[in-house]
Design a protein around this ligand. Structure first.
Ligand SMILES: CC(C)(COP(=O)(O)OP(=O)(O)OC[C@H]1O[C@@H](n2cnc3c(N)ncnc32)[C@H](O)[C@@H]1OP(=O)(O)O)[C@@H](O)C(=O)NCCC(=O)NCCS
Length: 114
């Protein structure tokens, strides 16, 4: 639209949406006192795109930069082959199996964040 020979511009707001593809929950394990990944969950439609690995690497980097973050635990079901492979590739080694629960440990001193 123009008025008096001058052109008026219409500006439109552009909305940017952030989409959540999952979550990672971690904190101190009351039993061992170590840092522990309590839950890692990627939405089914976004699995296999590297988000789980990226989330783990971010938390591993963040925790291992702390003086008390050189050891991290994870726990997963024995039958969960995807979780087992993901954590093994990141350098976690299986420690204990209690029933169907496997606990694995990563030591920053021995292996850097891959
Ligand atoms: C385990 C989980 C977090 C992995 O997240 P993700 O974003 O899919 O993982 P990535 O994309 O980083 O892939 C990691 C590896 O698993 C493989 N993978 C991912 N989804 C897979 C599937 N459905 N079937 C087979 N392999 C799969 C990937 O190919 C990749 O292997 P690669 O490095 O050889 O290519 C996700 O499958 C999930 O949320 N599962 C349900 C909850 C769960 O089991 N959490 C873990 C225990 S707490």
């Amino acid at each position: 639209m123009s008025s008096g020979g001058k052109r008026a511009f219409l500006t439109l707001p552009q909305h940017i949406f952030t989409v959540s593809v999952g979550f990672i929950v971690y904190g101190r394990d009351a039993k061992s006192g170590r840092w522990k990944i309590f839950r890692l969950m990627v939405t089914a439609t976004h699995q296999g795109k590297g988000y789980g690995t990226a989330a783990m690497k971010k938390v591993m980097r963040d925790l291992s930069s702390r003086p008390d973050g050189h050891e991290i635990l994870v726990c997963y079901q024995d039958a969960n082959g995807v979780a087992r492979t993901l954590y093994a590739k990141l350098g976690f080694t299986e420690q204990t199996v209690e029933g169907t629960n496997v606990t694995a440990l990563w030591r920053a001193a021995r292996s850097e964040v891959p």
